[in-house]
Design a protein around this ligand. Structure first.
Ligand code: SF4
Length: 71
């Protein structure tokens, strides 16, 4: 088992989840599109118990928190 696999399994941020709807408030919050869930999530880097992997969403390790600003 590679360390890359472990890091993907250990970290479940909202942006690898199929319900992720984008960041709000400069990354402090995220929008959650899961039916019945609160639409705004605090600490999106930590996800939640309803995290559901978006197939392919974590093929590359990335974070919207560290993306370069849009021009
Ligand atoms: S709050 Fe939970 S269900 Fe919603 S996007 Fe984040 S991890 Fe997914």
């Amino acid at each position: 088992m590679s360390s890359d696999f472990i890091s993907r399994e250990a970290r479940r941020p909202c942006w690898y989840c199929q319900h992720y709807g984008g960041l709000l408030a400069n990354g402090i919050n995220a929008r959650c599109n899961k039916p019945g869930a609160a639409p705004v999530v605090a600490q999106p880097a930590h996800g939640c118990a309803h995290w559901t992997r978006e197939p392919g969403g974590d093929d590359e390790i990335w974070s919207p928190l560290y993306s370069p600003p849009l021009a």
